[in-house]
Design a protein around this ligand. Structure first.
Ligand SMILES: C[S@@+](CC[C@H](N)C(=O)[O-])C[C@H]1O[C@@H](n2cnc3c(N)ncnc32)[C@H](O)[C@@H]1O
Length: 954
């Protein structure tokens, strides 16, 4: 039986590989320049027709004169070029689905055949991976390797990390395919590690490590480095204290750096309040800062300067570097949600004109921007289309208003959009909302708090009001008939008889049939990583559909629909008002219509228990800090349209779905849809396919037939048009299309273009696929240097001759101190006495001062990294501490709040706004608004009717 399962997994792998090859073979793209072709001749497989040797002799690539060729899948050994056609094809729906199956099947196969103890070793000692990755990132090794393979001797000399240790650290990463060891002790980046390149010069980073994540010119490339740095630092350390957090009484058993933070914790089995207190999460154990929320901590809340400083450092935010890194890291997580998915997540066009959408905890309103540019009416007084109210905390509202005023003042001026300061734990002031919309808000909060947020909305709802939640929907690891139509079967081995679960449109039993894990196992791991990240950081969580349904119901909302983009676990959940369960509600005399009765998981009204209110306030102190999953970039109207893939699906007369003329619901977005594509063609015989079909629990190797969605979106026919779109709808046709779809003055598309999520215009994990052809042309301009599969094995000249003692500057002219905005929430935290937790890799403030102006060279760095103990404690000034060295005392970096413009690089002399995310982060580094060469930049140019590339059109 096991062999049958293994054979089935093997077949899945072969089929999925075949699907990918087919897409790549049929997606014809213009031939790159001959120089490039030569450089990649080893890694590229040409399908018919082969490249014409005469077609591209010039170094400037002209797609109109080139012949067609097929793409190879991106090589693991070459640096990643996200704009290359090969990378962009990885967002093709068929490829996404196939990759998921491969990752799931390969993971399951390895788990099946590996010696169990070794699998436990892998799981149990996997903590070395983030440790090594952090050293790798903090020492800027990628920047050292940027120009090609380098001997570890040179890397050590440059970075100051002891050579012998570094070699082992890098080798562990190479063993996990994150790096390459091209010859003994010679290392090179590959497709994975190259993403960590900050785009800055190594010496610049050594001199000003605190600027690593600041935006540099047109690029925003340090976002991934920031994300990895964040994960491998405070989040990784927090995770190490999960057990202490769930068993607070165990502090007696594990007394290391822990004191019992929860006075209610009597024993290790007694449930305590710590599990539902966002300020007593594993993070708080790890960093010894109980009572301070993660974001408050990032903002320096409670810091007394006692840790090694002996006082006097009160004005310093010791976590300024981490704060800025967090902001940049959030800019790098846009791929979590399919762009434009919100448009398909709810039938916005069904709402009557003038309907009010309340974006609760809406940040700077980036999602509302997408919706407003499609559905608001700015022509008159704003009452013609949908109207939007974006609610958030005062500092965020201020930033949002500035951002909108700069980018699309007409939406504010017409009254179509307005901002409102509102604390979502207090009674909701808008009582005529058509939709309360919450995007990645609930995952920040434990159930009791999330319940309260929803209850406040329910109190203000009319009978017609809808609740729309945007969050990950975690699939169970087993088949789950919750919410699906034929439920009522077996759950946990017991018949539920006639008892029926609530029906939820879009609910799925599984993402994959047996023998794969029902939730696609490793392929879905990212959502679970995020789930635990929310848990260890502030006792928040991502939720399963069951949990979302139960949570919503507890506050009087019935979930009726879930919509997900193909290949994504991010869902838009629609709920309608129902009565609030009696045991959870009571009538309040004034203020809130309801309040939760004490004794339940949630209590509180606008006038909550003092202690509880304090928890809320502490946990809410997020000032202008971006939070997990928040959008920190406000798109321009043009960008917003670009994210639709050219327009908005189903732009219909307002009210058409809610009045006398009911409209069909919007096209469904189903996770399973990506799994439903039948094999594209007759499969190529696999070398091992001679084996008889396995008598597996699910013998049909074709995933598609087993999990066929009733509204299947991607069929074999849906692959070909993609290839055709690339080959037969060349760039020259796009100016016309764009022109028609985008009459310049109005932000509202007048036509209903194809759905951005339809098979003709699919949205992948990145926005790039929808604009593949434009991006191909852009990327082709860079071909001559960006796809060299194996960089020449040479040491970089600059590094060999690098000065051995780079100066760590204490100030930077671009980074003057700016006062932090005041917290909107008066801190009730008594000044904290920080314990010197080992997790807090913090340079003592007195040391920091002492070292001002000190020249720190590799030797000093080496000494710091290896001195004393591991170099990772507060005694030994480890490598991570170096990141904090040289910070101007109390200095915030420059966050240029004003609008800035930059040349957009297309030679048209126009400039592109790039300030919105700066404004949102306020005190965070400034990622570029529209990266040069990005798909969005291309779309923006097209929008303006500008040239698409330097190549003349036909
Ligand atoms: C993860 S972000 C989501 C932002 C936005 N919905 C988005 O998708 O980009 C959570 C938002 O909740 C806001 N927030 C936190 N506590 C709040 C409170 N008590 N009242 C209102 N908003 C709050 C934060 O300021 C932040 O903008």
């Amino acid at each position: 039986m096991t062999f049958a399962v293994l054979r089935a997994l093997h077949t899945i792998l072969g089929d999925a590989l075949h699907d990918i090859e087919t897409v790549y073979a049929t997606a014809h793209v213009p031939e790159p320049p001959s120089t490039h072709r030569k450089a990649n001749s080893l890694s590229r497989v040409y399908a018919s027709p082969p490249p014409s040797p005469s077609s591209s002799s010039s170094s400037t690539f002209d797609p109109t004169k080139s012949s067609l060729f097929s793409l190879d899948f991106p090589s693991l050994d070459a640096p990643c070029d996200p704009n290359s056609p090969a990378e962009q094809l990885t967002t093709h729906p068929t490829v996404v689905a196939a990759i998921n199956r491969i990752v799931a099947a390969a993971g399951q196969m390895a788990a099946t055949v590996q010696v169990p103890f070794l699998t436990l070793c892998d799981a149990g000692m996997g903590y070395h991976l983030p440790s090594c990755l952090r050293v790798f990132e903090a020492a800027h090794v990628v920047e050292v390797l940027r120009d090609g393979p380098v001997h570890v001797r040179e890397i050590a000399a440059s970075t100051g990390v002891e050579q012998a240790k570094l070699a082992h650290i890098l080798r562990l990463l190479a063993t996990h395919h994150i790096l390459r060891e091209t010859a003994p002790d010679v290392f090179a980046v590959n497709r994975i590690s190259s993403l960590l390149d900050s785009g800055k010069h190594f010496h610049e980073l050594v001199a000003n490590p605190q600027n690593k994540y600041a935006s540099a010119g047109d690029t925003d490339s340090s976002a991934v480095a920031a994300f990895v740095g964040l994960n491998c630092d405070e989040l990784y350390k927090s995770s190490g204290y999960l057990t202490e957090s769930v068993f607070p009484g165990h502090a007696r058993l594990y007394p290391t750096t822990i004191t019992a933070p929860d006075p209610d914790a009597q024993s290790n089995t007694k449930s305590s309040t710590s599990g539902s207190d966002p300020t007593r999460a594993p993070f708080n154990y790890a960093f010894g800062c109980e009572g301070v929320g993660y974001f408050g901590w990032l903002e320096g809340e409670g810091w007394t300067g006692e840790m090694g400083g002996g006082g006097g450092d009160e004005g310093v935010n010791p976590n300024q570097f981490r704060l800025e890194r967090f902001g940049k890291a959030m800019a790098g997580t846009g791929g979590w949600e399919a762009p434009g998915a919100v448009l398909q997540g709810f039938d916005w066009a069904s709402l009557p004109q003038g309907s009010v959408i309340v974006d609760v905890g809406g940040g700077i309103g980036s999602t509302s921007m997408l919706l407003a540019s499609a559905y608001a009416d700015v022509d008159a007084d704003g009452s013609g289309g949908l109207r939007f109210v974006i609610q958030d905390r005062p500092v965020v509202v201020e930033l949002g208003e500035k951002a909108w005023r700069a980018k699309c003042p007409e939406l504010l001026d017409s009254g179509a959009v307005r901002f409102q300061v509102h604390d979502f734990f207090t009674p909701q002031p808008i009582t005529n909302a058509a939709v309360f919309f919450l995007r990645v808000v609930l995952h920040d909060w434990p159930d009791a708090f999330a319940h309260r947020i929803l209850l406040r909305l329910r109190e203000a709802a009319t009978a017609q009001t809808k609740l729309v939640l945007g969050d990950f929907v975690l699939p169970l690891a087993c088949v789950d008939d919750f919410g699906v139509e034929d439920c009522g079967g077996v759950e946990g081995g017991k018949e539920r008889g006639k008892e029926r679960e609530p029906q939820v449109e879009g609910a799925e039993k599984m993402l994959a049939p047996a023998p794969l894990l029902a939730n696609l196992g490793k392929a879905s791991a990212n959502a679970y990583w995020m789930d635990l990240t929310m848990q260890v950081t502030f006792n928040g969580q991502e939720r399963t559909l069951r949990e979302i349904v139960a949570l919503a119901l507890s506050a009087g909302w019935k979930v009726v629909r879930v919509a997900k983009a193909p290949g994504s676990l991010f869902g838009h959940i629609t709920a309608v008002p129902v009565s609030v369960p009696a045991q959870r509600r009571a009538r309040a005399g004034s203020g809130s219509a309801f309040f939760d009765v004490p004794g339940g998981a949630a209590v509180g009204t606008g006038a909550a228990e003092p202690a509880e209110k304090e928890i809320v306030e502490r946990a809410s102190s997020r000032c202008g800090t971006p939070t997990f999953g928040s959008r920190i970039h406000l798109p321009s109207v043009a960008e917003a349209r670009a994210r639709f893939g050219g327009g908005v699906t189903g732009r219909r007369p307002f009210g058409s779905g809610s009045g006398a003329r009911p409209m069909p619901p919007p096209p469904p977005l189903k996770q399973a849809a990506v799994l439903t594509a039948p094999p594209l063609r007759k499969k190529k015989p696999s070398p091992l396919s001679a084996a008889p079909p396995p008598p597996s629990p699910s013998p049909n190797p074709s995933l598609s037939r087993t999990v066929t969605s009733p509204r299947q979106q991607f069929s074999p026919h849906h692959t070909s048009p993609i290839a055709r779109r690339v080959t037969q709808a060349p760039l020259r046709s796009q100016p016309q299309q764009q022109h028609q779809q985008s009459p310049a003055p109005s932000p509202v598309p007048r036509q209903a273009p194809p759905s951005p999520l339809s098979p003709r215009n699919p949205i992948g994990r990145r926005s790039s696929y929808a604009h593949l052809s434009s991006a191909m042309q852009l990327s082709s301009q860079n071909h001559s240097h960006d796809q060299s599969p194996t960089p020449p094995p040479r040491l970089t000249h600059t590094l060999r001759h690098a000065p051995s003692s780079p100066v760590l500057k204490q100030t930077h002219h671009q980074h003057q101190s700016q006062p932090s905005p005041p917290s909107p929430v008066p801190s009730r935290i008594p000044a904290l006495t920080r314990r010197a937790s080992h997790a807090q890799l913090q340079f003592p403030q007195t040391e920091l001062r002492k070292r001002s102006g000190t020249i720190i060279g590799p030797n000093a760095i080496r000494a710091a990294g290896s001195g004393g103990d591991s170099g990772m404690s507060t005694r030994g000034h480890g490598l991570g501490s170096l990141l904090l060295m040289g910070r101007p005392s109390g200095g915030a970096l420059d966050f240029g709040v004003g609008r800035r413009k930059r040349e957009d690089g297309d030679g048209d002399g126009e400039s592109t706004d790039m300030s919105m995310d700066d404004e949102y982060m306020s005190r965070g580094p400034s990622p570029a608004g529209v990266p040069l060469g990005s798909v969005l930049a291309a779309a923006a140019r097209i929008e303006r009717g500008g040239p698409r590339s330097s190549s003349p059109g036909p």
